[in-house]
Ligand binder design. Structure first.
Ligand code: TRP
Length: 449
């Protein structure tokens, strides 16, 4: 069968597609967010719930989104419209998520740049001291400056259209990041007192299970795999018809989960080692990686250099994701507005920087501002991951399950061969996922988390 539809801007190989999608998926979500959630929500039980969700729910949703993209050859808003005019609103809701995520993502990206400069200037010892991180993020100016640097670098790359170059570099660096994370993880568990933490991380303790574990794991899964926000639809639209969607999804998921797993293994046991298994230390949330890793590096032979290399790699992973986020936002507006792409890029950069400021100040001078009992950054994180993503996922499941029917997805997947887990998708999308999502949403909304 001849197929002309996806050759224009498409990927030229299946691996090219997998790497690009994995580049978007693997980012701060894996290295910064996963470990602190795992520490907070019960360790092994969180890991178990996360993996179970990834191989069932995550798999079904990612296959569905990529198939929708490839079938229509369009990005989210237009893809839903092409399938059924009445449902283009799902595309709009999906597109709103990257707009909320991007500014606060850049705040964390800024923290990474800060730590990179700390290691490059040989201040690793200071960074390992208690209170260093807190005094950094609570300062009024400095974290904002680093946030702006991160946004600026992202914007320059998007403006110059050199994503491809960055993606190439990170394709090579990503395996290095994984290897370094594995090495640090192995070192971490040999620290005095870390073994107990390692057990906490990998051994599910069912007494720690609660609906909170599921809500947090679910939000994390969407976030980490860039699901329910139109991203995978866009990537799917570039995919060639002859490439196998199912095996690609397996590869993206395995890679994404492996990076998260090793990031957790590098951080969670070390928290035990340095705090003597203190529950408060496990609960500290967003700062966990920045507080714990410098302490690990400090005890390591050559830790200063390893720290610098590590933060370079994390920065690269963060940049490939932030580029993909910004690119998505820019293309949403370029589709709608008759304005030059460059102008939109600059506008997105300035507005995002302005929106990022409160998120940053929320850890310092504005720490008394609490939204739904959360700091400003945590509030954005909660609204996007625990409310909007489940809503989009629910609408997508209803749309695919009852309007276009799972058959449409199956046919698209089968264009490139056998669809082994067809039944899983057929059961998950119309029946299991919606029920699950409603429960998750209700518990998020009534403030269970
Ligand atoms: N998945 C990315 C991570 O793990 C974060 C992310 C969320 C993202 N939504 C995205 C990246 C959209 C690119 C595009 O860090």
């Amino acid at each position: 069968m001849k197929n002309m539809s996806n050759t224009k801007n498409g990927f030229t190989s299946k691996l090219g597609f997998v790497f690009a999608a994995a580049g978007s998926a693997v980012g701060l979500g894996n290295i910064w967010r996963f470990p602190y959630l795992a520490a907070k929500y019960g360790g092994g039980i969180f890991l178990l719930v996360y993996i179970l969700l990834a191989v069932t729910f995550g798999f079904a949703l990612m296959v569905t989104e990529i198939a929708i993209g490839r079938k229509t050859g369009k990005s989210a808003v237009k893809a839903f419209a092409a399938l059924d005019k009445r449902f283009s609103f799902i595309g709009y809701i999906a597109s709103a998520v990257p707009i909320i995520i991007f500014p606060y993502y850049c705040v964390i990206g800024g923290w990474v740049i800060k730590y990179l400069t700390v290691y490059l200037t040989g201040q690793g010892v200071e960074a390992a001291a208690d209170g260093y991180f807190d005094s950094f993020i609570s300062a009024p100016i400095s974290p904002i400056v680093f946030t702006c640097i991160f946004i600026f670098i992202t914007a320059v790359i998007v403006l110059m259209g050199v994503q491809k170059g960055i993606e190439k570099v990170s394709t090579i660096m990503m395996p290095v990041l994984v290897l370094l994370a594995i090495a640090i993880a192995i070192y971490s568990i040999t620290l005095d007192g870390a073994w107990e933490g390692f057990m906490y991380y990998i051994k599910p303790n069912f007494a720690d299970f609660s609906i909170k574990t599921v809500v947090a794991a679910m939000g994390q899964m969407f976030y980490s795999m860039s699901l329910a926000m139109g991203i995978m639809i866009t990537y799917g639209s570039y995919m060639r018809k002859e490439d196998n969607i199912e095996t690609s999804v397996h590869q993206i998921e395995i890679f994404d989960t492996a990076v998260a797993f090793f990031a957790g293994m590098m951080i969670v046991p070390a928290v035990y080692a340095f705090s003597g298994g203190d529950k408060d230390a496990l609960n500290q949330g967003a700062g966990l990686m920045f507080v714990t890793l410098p302490k690990v590096f400090e005890t390591m032979y050559g830790g200063k250099i390893i720290g610098a290399v590590f933060f370079v790699l994390v920065l690269l992973a963060a940049l490939t994701s932030s580029i993909s986020l910004m690119e998505t936002i820019v293309s949403i507006f370029s589709d709608k507005l008759k304005v030059k792409r460059q102008v939109i890029c600059i506008a997105v950069m300035l507005i995002s920087a302005a929106v990022a400021v409160p998120s940053s100040l929320g850890y310092g001078v504005w720490s008394n501002v609490q939204l739904l009992g959360r700091s400003i950054l945590d509030f954005f994180d909660f609204i996007s991951n625990n409310i909007m993503l489940p809503i989009t996922a629910l609408l997508t499941c209803i749309f695919v399950g009852y309007v276009i029917k799972p058959k449409a997805i199956e046919e698209e997947v089968e264009l490139s061969g056998k669809f082994r887990l067809k039944k899983l998708v057929r059961i998950m999308i119309p029946y299991v996922c919606p029920v699950f999502l409603v429960v998750i949403l209700i518990s998020s909304i009534i403030g269970y988390v």
